[in-house]
Ligand binder design. Structure first.
Ligand SMILES: [Zn+2]
Ligand SMILES: [Zn+2]
Length: 205
């Protein structure tokens, strides 16, 4: 048995990796770092070492939360998409496409269902920025929070033998979707990881 082909699960959960998310800088599209709130970090903090853009504080945005709106004037039904609204917004104007009446509607945030780390969009839940390590894999979105996270997934995917950790909870690698852990996708996943590692702002995978 070759030891280099054995993955030994240390039992880290995703929370171990999530404190630092590498994201696409909204100003220069290079790789920027988002520190997420935890015991030592009270507010989310975004920093780009390429253009020095930085941003601190809570500014939740929503993600494609589409609602049906009934126009209060003509009863027409249309969609309101509350994408990219700030978390502090309570009401928004939306114009009826039929009678052009401005309806004032309450904004509903669906952050934890559709946003951030639980979704398939690979966007952070504070500023709504795309994860840096993200690519389409067949009809799925493959992503990692940061390089450590990506390396761990690579280590796991490439191993012939995968050894479980002893804890009773599920670790990050045990929660990977089947299409990532499945051996039949192994070479293609590893290929995608290699491409992600060589990604620059100009060469998007
Ligand atoms: Zn930047
Ligand atoms: Zn109307």
């Amino acid at each position: 048995m070759k030891t280099e082909n054995t993955y030994k699960d240390k039992g880290n959960t995703k929370w171990y990796y999530i404190s630092k998310i590498e994201v696409v800088c909204p100003k220069c599209t290079s790789k920027a770092t988002l520190l997420t709130p935890n015991q030592n970090q009270s507010k989310p903090e975004l920093k780009c070492s390429n253009c020095y853009y930085s941003k601190t504080g809570f500014e939740y945005s929503t993600f494609s939360n589409i609602r049906k709106i009934v126009c209060e004037k003509c009863n027409s039904i249309f969609n309101l998409e509350t994408k990219d609204l700030l978390r502090t917004v309570k009401k928004t104007n939306c114009k009826c496409p039929d009678c052009e009446h401005q309806n004032q509607v309450e904004v509903e945030f669906d952050l934890y269902k559709n946003g951030g780390m639980y979704n398939q969009q690979a966007k952070d839940q504070y500023f709504g920025l795309d994860f840096w390590y993200m690519t389409n894999f067949k009809s799925n979105c493959f992503w990692a929070y940061n390089l450590d996270h990506l390396n761990e997934i690579e280590y796991y995917v490439s191993a012939e033998i995968r050894k479980r950790h002893l804890g009773e909870y599920q670790s990050m690698v045990e929660k990977l979707p089947k299409w990532v852990s499945s051996k039949k996708n192994r070479d293609e996943i590893l290929n995608a990881i290699t491409k992600l590692k060589s990604k620059t702002a100009e060469n998007k995978p």
